[in-house]
Design a protein around this ligand. Structure first.
Ligand code: GLN
Ligand code: ZN
Length: 754
């Protein structure tokens, strides 16, 4: 074996899995039909990987929603409330993933979090006093059998016990260590069953090893793996890490008898030093992540071969692999006919990365330079784009004052209170309204030239007027235009700015059935014309209530795009920030008084190790955000929005964004962030989402009243806004209106009590 990968995308090159699953949800497809689609997709993947010449193929990476959930489900880590529904296995699984409201009962989904530093989300397993770990029949075994039957050299993979525990929630006073022995026994059983079924290698994904490891963490890791490895028998265990280096656990990893170690040499730069300084056990296989699993640029073969030469000096058996699962990149560049072939040469998606692995492996063993190596060298010697000297000069000239909004926030907030006369607990939404089939069709037809610009705009105007009326009727205080012109909050801006490239089919899974199509930051980014002004102005003209201008922030645009590798993320982000600053000032000049700059991805690229948080990220990301709004009048209110609530640990940085108002997710999480906000004296006004928009479930008014009380117990009422967790684009209209009605009514009830 000389080549492998960690995992492959599973949604289908044309998102077949998404569509089949959604049809299943709407009962237009049977469970058997959904399973058949899934099987076809798996088979197609395996054949692609095998045909590309990859020696060993991971299985178990397929999922109907999320592989962390699959692992929890396999291990029966399913809270009672879901088991009590008594649904067929597949439906129970989906109940955990997206909640369930129907004849069998009413439960919310498990909470969902970002998967390390990516835009992929995993479901957070929940352990409590009732958790009975046992191995059930779910996916893993059947997928392996299926691959074997198809003649694939398969390596079953699943999330390892340590990462599973590190990512889970523990309720009722339970903690991770309480479950370690039972988990070790269950993994031992899984390994034995897979081994009996014919698996030689088994891959356990332990990306949690790239976080900072405390002494207790390391003890837990040992407690889990000592028995597993002692009882693994003939099975070979690949301990797979990614997203960073394993500095804190390298000692553990090399002393425990793993058969293979999978290390990331792209994001985990420090792994190389670990190996060269501390050596690598001669009897282990090094699975070297040398082809970037997260970005879409071609690999520079010369550089990679030099790295491999260094690894070969230390390790006896090096298998070429990707740095992460290829889950994070699109399927193939073959489906991108609209990109200029001269540019397409610079890109490698999942399928092309398979070829890269094979070519690198060939070049590594060849006596002389292979044609593939020569072609790659030539490509990297050919400039990809023409630089924009003006924008880079502007950035070089930025001074500290350019990042500082005046007057100070407290003063501004007082001025704004007089400006807007909003009631206590002002209600608003996050921006988007349902992207119905008609809304998407309007955009698609305009794009294809099937309808005129006038017809396109007329439709959007009508939809805007309809939703502005709905918002007014519901009694919302600050309105939004609804974002009907936007396919995606990042792609939309990318398309209007200079310097981006777009794919037609470059979908990447974000969560469950939701995909994103990240733009590619190709060159220097510049704003050449107004982007959102026309829609904002049109919407504002329809109502006397304030309508929020709606922008995607610079850090999010960067983090949800495929970034350049030839310049720093800081430089790219500052270019985008300057472009957005122009847009903000334009909106203000056109009478838009509240401007929301969404930064749902701010937290995402926070380095996984604390020591790097500021120096490597926040020290430039926070200023980049500030740059966007730094020049507006004190009467203009700047909002921001984040889709999660895990920022208790960077709370000062969030306050330092210097926004006037921030909305974030709260309904799906517990109230810990609100406790933190209370304790640190957070100055930014806050709109903790009062209901979860990721599920079609309609929250009852009483439920929302209760949440508002929870909020008011911790935060001064003058500082609180009421809004949903996030935008409503993925929801259907009836549930959206019903939920918002309950939200506004709940707010009114609480206001009366105040
Ligand atoms: N304004 C965006 C929307 O409402 C925000 C989306 C997001 O935070 N992901 O859809
Ligand atoms: Zn959001």
């Amino acid at each position: 074996m000389t080549t492998t990968i960690i995992g492959y995308p599973r949604i289908g090159a044309h998102r077949e899995l998404k569509f089949a699953t959604q049809h299943y949800f709407k009962q237009r497809l049977s469970a058997a039909e959904l399973q058949a689609t899934a099987q076809q997709l798996r088979l197609a993947n395996w054949q692609t990987i095998k045909r590309a010449g990859i020696d060993q193929v991971p299985t178990g990476d397929f999922s109907f929603f999320d592989t962390t959930l699959d692992t929890a489900f396999l291990l029966n880590i399913v809270p009672k409330r879901y088991q009590a529904l008594n649904l067929p296995l597949l439906d129970e699984y989906f109940a955990l993933a997206r909640g369930y409201q129907g004849p069998a009962g009413d439960v919310k989904a498990l909470s969902m979090k970002k998967w390390f530093n990516t835009n992929y989300h995993y479901l957070v397993p929940e352990f409590d006093q009732d958790t009975q770990i046992k191995v059930r029949d779910w996916q893993l075994f059947a997928q392996f059998q299926e691959a074997k039957a198809a003649g694939i050299n398969a390596r079953p993979s699943l999330v390892g016990p340590y990462t599973l525990l590190r990512l889970s929630r523990f309720l009722a006073g339970r903690q991770a260590a309480d479950f370690a022995d039972a988990l070790a026994a269950a993994y031992t059983e899984i390994i034995a069953r897979l081994r009996a079924a014919g698996a030689q290698w088994i891959q356990l994904d332990e990306p949690a090893l790239v976080f900072d490891q405390s002494v207790a963490d390391q003890a837990l890791f040992k407690q889990l793996y000592t028995p597993i490895l002692a009882q693994k028998g003939q099975a070979k265990i690949l301990l797979q890490t990614y997203f960073g280096d394993v500095t804190d656990s390298y000692q553990n990893l090399t002393t425990l008898p793993f058969d293979g170690l999978g290390l990331d040499f792209i994001e985990g730069q420090a792994n190389l030093a670990l190996l060269t300084r501390q050596g690598f056990p001669k009897d282990r296989v090094l699975f070297a992540g040398v082809v970037n699993g997260k970005n879409i640029w071609r690999t520079n073969y010369d550089k990679t071969l030099a790295l491999l030469a260094q690894l070969d000096e230390v390790a006896a058996d090096v298998v070429l692999s990707t740095s992460t699962s290829l889950l994070h990149v699109p399927y193939t560049t073959k489906n991108e006919p609209q990109i200029d072939p001269a540019e397409l040469r610079y890109l490698a998606f999942a399928e092309e990365k398979l070829t890269e692995l094979r070519e690198l492996d060939a070049a590594r063993h060849a006596k002389r330079e292979t044609p593939a190596l020569l072609a790659n060298r030539h490509l990297f010697a050919t400039p990809r784009y023409v630089e924009d000297p003006a924008i880079n000069a502007k950035i070089a000239a930025l001074k500290p004052a350019d990042y500082q909004r005046l007057p100070a926030r407290k003063t501004r907030l007082a001025i704004q209170a007089k400006e807007f006369h909003l009631p206590l607990l002002p209600t608003t939404t996050i921006g988007s309204f349902p992207q119905t089939a008609a809304v998407r069709k309007n955009r698609a037809e305009f794009r294809k030239g099937k309808i005129t610009a006038e017809a396109y705009t007329a439709f959007n105007h009508k939809e805007m007027r309809r939703w502005l009326k709905i918002q007014e009727d519901l009694g919302l205080d600050v309105l939004v235009h609804g974002e009907f012109e936007r396919n995606d909050m990042v792609e939309y801006f990318g398309e209007q700015l200079k310097g981006f490239r777009f794919t037609a089919n470059g979908w990447v899974q974000s969560y469950g059935t939701r995909g994103v199509k990240p733009p590619i930051i190709w060159g220097d980014v510049v704003r050449t014309h107004p982007i959102t002004v026309a829609e904002a102005v049109y919407a504002q003209r329809q109502t006397t209530k304030p309508v929020k201008g709606m922008l995607t922030g610079p850090v999010t645009i960067l983090n949800w795009s495929f970034p350049r590798e030839d310049v720093s993320p800081q430089l790219s982000t500052e270019q985008i920030a300057l472009a957005l600053q122009g847009e903000v000032l334009d909106l203000e000049q056109h009478g838009i008084k509240i401007i929301q700059i969404d930064e749902p991805a701010l937290r995402e690229n926070l380095p996984l190790r604390k020591k790097d948080w500021h120096r490597k990220y926040l020290d430039w990301a926070v200023p980049a955000f500030r740059l966007v709004g730094a020049k507006v009048q004190p009467t203009t209110q700047i909002h921001t929005h984040m889709c999660y609530s895990e920022f208790g640990d960077i709370i000062e940085a969030i306050d330092a964004l210097d926004a006037d108002v921030i909305s974030f997710e709260a309904a799906r999480a517990d109230m810990t962030l609100l406790d933190v906000l209370h304790d640190v004296h957070f100055e930014t006004h806050v709109g903790p989402g009062v209901y979860d928009i990721h599920s079609p479930r309609v929250p009852a008014k009483a439920e929302i009243v209760k949440i508002i009380h929870e909020i008011l117990r911790r935060i001064p009422k003058e500082n609180v806004w009421i809004n949903p967790d996030c935008g409503l684009k993925t929801r259907e209209e009836p549930e959206t209106v019903a939920s918002l009605r309950n939200m506004v009514q709940a707010t009114k009830q609480v206001r009366e009590e105040l």
